[in-house]
Design a protein around this ligand. Structure first.
Ligand SMILES: [Zn+2]
Length: 464
């Protein structure tokens, strides 16, 4: 079997693994590159690239860095047919929502480009119509049930515990006349994740591809994170009488943060008068998430029931229109406003930053990784002022980073998953991590499990 990493090798975005074995060719994921200056150019190149006929696609989850370039299959290209895309039901529900948002963001950016704005990209890679066409190719399969995307191939998806519907793929295929099993971890979650059920252990594999986003470090514990959040909310909302702005990814992180607020408010540890989610995409993501209560954690399901019964310990509002969103800017105190994007490079959060950053009594609370080159990173790094909508806006609000909320397993947790493998794989490939993270995980695998792992390089073909 031959493996080629078309993305997420030496970095954490652009997941796309091309597998070829005994004449069958398929992809595991087909994601966008995100963050960093060259992401747009890389996406354009990847989208236009000729990858030859594909028999089917296995999709691990609905984050855009795993599914964002799927619309390439909306049209038969270069003589290849339209492959079927297999994923779990929650993922099949979420993908059209995420891709439609991506198409919208691209069209807006292209319109800015026509008006001569520097922040713009060229023409969109795909449109809402392409997304609708692509959506007809999605096939939902349940966790743990074997299916055959091709006569020579049998697949089972396992819960990866990352976001709702996220899966690891177990692929049994013919390889030089023998039967071999390839396991691709997809993005793995922490066992303590608040939103989704705990992940499954890995199935037995001949060839194992494992992610390494946090291969070099562990997260702060959930208890420490809770203590930190309680302190920030008390200081800002009660003592300073300001607002807390929370930049967060629409899918996963926003829902997880709200469940955390619910848990703390229910225990009487915080008093939060008003929580606003200012992101139509986050609202759609929440609907798709809680439509699959069998996939969410018990406490998250309890939150959902309380919300439905209007028995939440705080007022939770989703804003839809731009007018609603603008109204939030007139609220002077007592509000927690959660808005995308998580790294502040786009989206409504920028309006909230413009209104709240200059105010000493307010705070910005980051809940996730801030990549180099993003506005979020500049704020975290202590910039005294930042450019927003053509103005320099002073940063007088306090800035906090919540360390323990991550949809990705930390190093110990990755090791725990790998250690649970029923047998030693013949070959282990590490992807989806920056070089230091991948190397650190590889060293620990060699030391503790005596596994020798290969760190995936972009565009290199691996014989496994
Ligand atoms: Zn992900």
């Amino acid at each position: 079997m031959k493996l080629r990493f078309l993305g997420a090798a030496g970095e954490v975005t652009g997941s796309c693994l091309l597998v070829e074995s005994d004449g069958v060719r398929f992809l595991v994921d087909c994601g966008m590159f995100q963050g960093g200056r060259d992401a747009a150019a890389k996406n354009r190149r990847a989208y236009a690239r000729e990858i030859g006929p594909i028999d089917f696609v296995l999709l691990t989850h609905a984050h855009i860095d795993h599914c964002g370039l799927l619309p390439r299959f909306a049209w038969p290209r270069h003589g290849s047919g339209l492959p079927s895309i297999y994923c779990t039901k929650p993922t099949a529900d979420l993908v059209p929502v995420m891709l439609a948002d991506s198409a919208f963001v691209q069209s807006r950016s292209a319109a800015r480009g026509r008006r001569g704005r520097a922040s713009a990209t060229e023409t969109p890679l795909y449109t809402a119509d392409d997304v609708r066409r692509l959506a007809t190719r999605l096939h939902a399969v349940p966790y743990g049930v074997e299916f055959r995307p091709h006569p020579q191939v049998a697949v089972r998806l396992h819960n990866a515990g990352h976001i709702v519907g996220a899966a690891s793929a177990e692929v049994r295929l013919a390889d030089g006349g023998r039967r071999r099993t390839l396991v691709a971890s997809g993005d793995l979650g922490e066992d303590s994740a608040l939103l989704v059920r705990d992940r499954d252990p890995p199935p037995a594999a001949d060839v194992l591809v494992v992610e390494s986003t946090y291969g070099d470090r562990n997260h702060r514990s959930l208890q420490d994170t809770e203590t930190e959040l309680v302190e920030v909310l008390h200081e800002v909302l009660v003592e300073r009488r300001g607002n807390v702005i929370v930049p967060a990814f629409a899918l996963g992180r926003t829902q997880e943060f709200i469940v955390l607020l619910y848990r703390l408010a229910k225990a009487g540890r915080i008093r939060v008068p008003l929580v606003f989610v200012d992101s139509p995409l986050a609202q759609q993501a929440a609907e798709a998430t809680f439509a699959h209560l069998d996939a969410v954690d018990e406490e998250a399901a309890e939150f959902h029931r309380a919300e439905r019964a209007r028995k939440l310990p705080f007022t939770l509002r989703y804003t839809e229109s731009v007018e609603d969103s603008m109204f939030l800017n007139s609220i002077r105190s007592g509000a927690v406003v959660i808005a995308a994007s998580g790294m502040c490079d786009a989206g409504r959060v920028r309006h909230h930053l413009r209104h709240n950053l200059p105010r000493r009594e307010c705070a910005v609370l980051f809940t996730g990784f801030q990549a180099a080159g993003t506005l979020g990173r500049r704020i975290v790094d202590g910039a005294r002022s930042v450019p927003l909508f053509g103005d320099q806006v002073a940063v007088n609000a306090s800035v906090h980073t919540l360390g323990g909320l991550s949809a990705h397993a930390g190093q110990d947790s990755l090791m725990q998953w790998l250690r649970a493998a029923p047998r030693k794989p013949r070959k282990v490939l590490i992807n989806h991590g920056e070089p230091l993270a991948a190397h650190t995980l590889s060293a620990r695998l060699a030391r503790e499990l005596k596994w020798s792992a290969t760190i995936a390089e972009p565009e290199t073909e691996y014989e496994a």
